[in-house]
Design a protein. Structure first.
Ligand SMILES: Cc1ncc(COP(=O)(O)O)c(C=O)c1O
Length: 404
């Protein structure tokens, strides 16, 4: 941390609302997998803005597309059409189960759209008074009111009661619990294919196909929150594609889709889309040409540079190298996740994760924490095995220094 970073930290403390606890680092530029602070010290970015910078920093195709689009047209509203939005929707449909797309600006907004669509479809199209959601313990769906109500972690509810009614939470990866919780008031089951903020928890291979079957039998919709897992992160375009035949009715995306430009998307089938009539839902900024052009470029680059395959290959290598750390350090317990969405669970007995994150940062590696016991590594999809080796070396040194 340079003196200039410290000065920015002081100014932030004086004027920003106190709901964040940022590290005292004000980055000024990035290049590939690296970030640079005001003193030009560089950091290997295995946080990627919490799984956002899919193409890393300053990817030439993305910066060019954004600059060109900014020159041509930034915003027109949904009172008119814009071609980049239509092209991105076409592209997302071609890559997925979906027939139709709604654009917003964030993950939580995409989830709001998903839940509103599910409820409205059940009421107005199917004529059934089903308005409840079954969601999962330890899940995370965002910070707006319905999304925190869907989120199965009480710490995110603190001080915000009363929550939005209609949410039942059951243990993750437990089909019997969902079976028991679904009743004739349920409209949808909402689940992350791999829980991210909950601690990078991958369910058993039978879970998503089992949920699909259950939802079909019980006449309810299946919603996947792929805000964190989507757009190549786990080695497929969407994480549920690892589970054959487990397609949802609705899926939400954000984070990696814009490569750093804010965008959220709610994808759905033709059938379910009937739940939205003109005026039923909207977003002023949603689907603006700038964000959609960025999204299109991210998808183009992922395809052209084979980044899903790379996430699978380099992610497997990362998993193996993390396992070798687990084998060497008593403070580490297990490796979680898939592709380039990885959790490193720590020994809850006397192990302070925050100390390790700070020690790694001091050595030039950025990562995040997730759930009660995990470090989380979500590097850009463009990394190579050499970046993994550097990260593992830093982690190893930091662990040794902390005598863990
Ligand atoms: C699975 C999941 N859903 C929703 C969100 C909320 O996204 P946003 O912060 O863009 O609203 C997140 C963010 O971490 C997430 O991981």
């Amino acid at each position: 941390m340079s003196e200039r970073d410290e000065a920015v930290a002081k100014r932030a403390e004086a004027v920003m609302t106190p709901n964040y606890r940022p590290a005292p680092l004000a980055f000024v530029r990035g290049e590939g997998a690296w970030l640079y602070d005001q003193g030009d010290a560089r950091y290997l970015d295995f946080a990627a803005g919490i799984a956002v910078n899919a193409l890393g920093h300053n990817h030439p195709a993305l910066t060019r597309a954004i600059a060109e689009q900014a020159r041509d047209l930034l915003h027109v509203s949904n009172l008119f059409l814009n071609e980049p939005a239509v092209a991105l929707a076409e592209r997302l449909c071609a890559l997925s189960f979906a027939d139709r797309v709604f654009f917003g600006n964030s993950g939580t907004e995409a989830n709001e759209a998903a839940m509103k669509l599910a409820r409205r479809y059940m009421r107005l199209v199917r004529g059934e008074d089903r308005w409840g959601f079954v969601a999962m313990e330890h899940s995370f769906h965002g910070r707006t009111w319905a999304s925190i109500s869907a989120t199965g972690q009480p710490k995110y509810h603190e001080g915000f009661a009363p929550l939005v009614p209609g949410f039942t939470h059951v243990p993750f990866d437990d089909l019997d619990a969902v079976e028991a919780a679904v009743d004739d008031t349920t409209c949808a089951v909402l689940v992350e294919p791999i829980q991210g903020e909950g601690g990078v928890i991958t369910p058993s291979p039978e879970y998503l196909p089992g949920l699909r079957d259950l939802c079909d039998r019980r006449g309810v919709l299946l919603i996947y929150d792929e805000v964190q897992t989507g757009v190549g992160r786990t080695g497929r375009w969407f994480a549920h594609q690892h589970a054959d035949g487990a397609k949802p009715d609705i899926m939400t995306l954000a984070k990696g889709l814009g490569g750093g430009v804010p965008i959220g998307a709610m994808l759905c089938t033709d059938e379910v889309a009937q739940g939205f009539a003109p005026g039923a839902h909207a977003s002023t900024f949603g689907g603006n040409p700038l964000a959609c052009r960025a999204g299109l470029t991210v998808l183009d680059v992922i395809e052209r540079e084979g980044l899903c395959e790379r996430a699978a290959r380099v992610g497997k290598y990362l998993g193996g190298q993390l396992q070798s750390l687990v084998d060497r350090h008593w403070g580490l317990v297990e490796v979680r996740g898939r592709g380039l969405m990885r959790g490193l669970a720590v020994n809850p007995e006397g192990f302070d994760r925050a100390t390790l994150v700070a020690a790694a940062r001091a050595r030039g590696l950025l990562m995040t924490m997730a759930g009660p016991d995990a470090l989380r590594l979500t590097p850009p999809l463009i990394i190579e095995t050499g970046h993994v080796d550097e990260a593992i070396q830093i982690l190893d040194d930091a662990l040794k220094e902390s005598a863990l």
